[in-house]
Design a protein around this ligand. Structure first.
Ligand SMILES: [Zn+2]
Length: 440
């Protein structure tokens, strides 16, 4: 994570391209809350990180909910009588109301009209609509497409199935030294929507990849689950694992050009809340901290009162706040390589704080130790002039002063205004010089 934290411009551009490439592989898949689109998505992620796939049968009770029927779709269209497809699922999987029951019929335009969804304000965009819990069918199309439909008879076909099957989710578990866990959760249920789905999948996958094989303090659990019902299903089946979660993040909308938003956990002052705010304060990009509310993504489930887990949510633009949200304009051009790389860097830096936030004791607490005698007025990094920079020196003095057993490194970083990474460097150096000892 240290290397990710210090990404140079060239590395950021390179990693950004790699992230965008993976996003473009995930983007075309027709996902929903169940079905083969979810399985294909998980298979692509499995190509990058080890994933355990769970299939939960339709009808399984999960708290107040029930695992729904499984939905799959092969084709859908609206055909004019001359045989030409005027709306074609194979051109965009957004064209079908997700979870549409199968239909094949001829009908006049007047009868079809109430089942056509558009966005009049953006006449070229196709909306994304769903009907998970009410059996229905419909088509989504651009306003211009709708206006071009002439009166008359149309053949409508949705070649889908809605049957008993399974709800599918994937977990990547990375064993650390402790059984206490850090949870990273993202959703697998949106069709071709880039920022609001694919960006979160991409960042979570690469974050897991960057952590795997490392010596970790915490164990890490990455969840790739359908939103809402997936989180409820996972929590219902994993109460024991949930009780081990010490820190968590829900990832969403991490590829657009907007600044960062961190939505605090229900607790509001959890270590993850402080770590995220601290990293954003030092990340060099615009950001805003949002208070918890019981509306949004799966933090709603993780932060429900029975669980009240310390889980916040990181995003760039906030869902629903950008006009492209849940439309065909949330496409691969809407997410950008450099923004994806920046998001990965910020996530890695937040986890870096969580991993290394420990308390130390100053072994020489009576007045300042003589730093010059120990070479601590010299910069170890060989900065200009060979002198420790002002900030490096201040970091050492803050760490020595506040390491009385009552302050963690994050406490010291917050109070000093110096970045956690700098404070951590100072603590490492002072430990090496035996001026500091780690409190177990
Ligand atoms: Zn969404």
């Amino acid at each position: 994570m240290g290397t990710l934290r210090q990404l140079g411009q060239e590395d950021a551009a390179h990693i950004g391209q790699e992230l965008h490439q993976f996003a473009s592989e995930l983007y075309p898949i027709c996902r929903s809350i169940t079905g083969n689109g979810v399985r294909q998505t998980l298979a692509l992620i499995q190509g990058k990180v080890p994933l355990r796939i769970t299939e939960v049968p339709t009808g399984t009770p999960v708290f107040d909910w029930t695992v729904p029927k499984e939905w799959n779709i092969r084709d859908a269209y609206i055909k004019a009588l001359d045989g030409k497809r005027v709306v074609d699922f194979h051109k965009s999987n957004l064209h079908v109301l997700s979870y549409s029951v199968p239909v094949h019929a001829n009908m006049p335009l007047g009868e079809l009209q109430p089942r056509l969804f558009t966005i009049p304000d953006h006449p070229d965009w196709i909306p994304n609509r769903t009907s998970y819990y009410k059996e229905d069918w419909g088509f989504c199309l651009s306003q211009n497409q709708k206006l071009a439909l002439e009166d008359g008879e149309y053949e409508v076909c949705i070649d889908s199935s809605l049957e008993d099957g399974h709800l599918t989710y994937g977990e990547c578990y990375l064993q650390g030294r402790s059984t206490e866990e850090v949870l990273i959760s993202t959703y697998t249920c949106h069709p071709s929507l880039a920022n609001d789905n694919v960006s979160g999948l991409t960042i979570a996958t690469f974050l897991a990849k960057s952590l795997s094989g490392r010596d970790l303090r915490y164990s890490y659990r990455f969840l790739f689950i359908p939103a809402t019902i997936g989180a409820i299903t996972w929590l219902a089946r994993n109460r024991e694992a949930a009780s081990r979660i010490r820190h968590g993040l829900v990832l969403t909308c991490l590829g657009d050009a907007g600044g960062f938003h961190y939505k605090k956990s229900r607790r509001g002052n959890a270590e993850i809340d402080r770590a995220a705010a601290h990293v954003l304060r030092h990340c060099g990009e615009p950001f805003e901290i949002l208070e918890f509310s019981p509306y949004g993504n799966d933090e709603r489930q993780f932060c429900s009162p029975g669980f009240n887990l310390p889980v916040g949510s990181l995003m760039r633009s906030v869902w629903e706040s950008f006009p492209e949200y849940h439309t065909s304009a949330d496409n691969l051009d809407f997410i950008r390589p450099l923004q994806l790389a920046g998001s990965l860097r910020v996530c890695a830096a937040i986890l870096d704080v969580i991993e290394h936030n420990r308390s130390y004791r100053n072994e020489n607490p009576y007045c300042e130790p003589q730093l010059g005698r120990r070479g601590l007025f010299r910069s170890m990094g060989g900065e200009a002039g060979g002198r420790a920079s002002g900030e490096e020196m201040m970091a050492r003095l803050w760490v020595l002063n506040l390491s009385d057993g009552n302050n963690s490194l994050l406490d010291i970083a917050e109070r000093s205004g110096i970045s956690f990474s700098r404070i951590k460097e100072a603590a490492d150096l002072l430990s090496e010089k035996q001026l500091l000892s780690l409190i177990p």
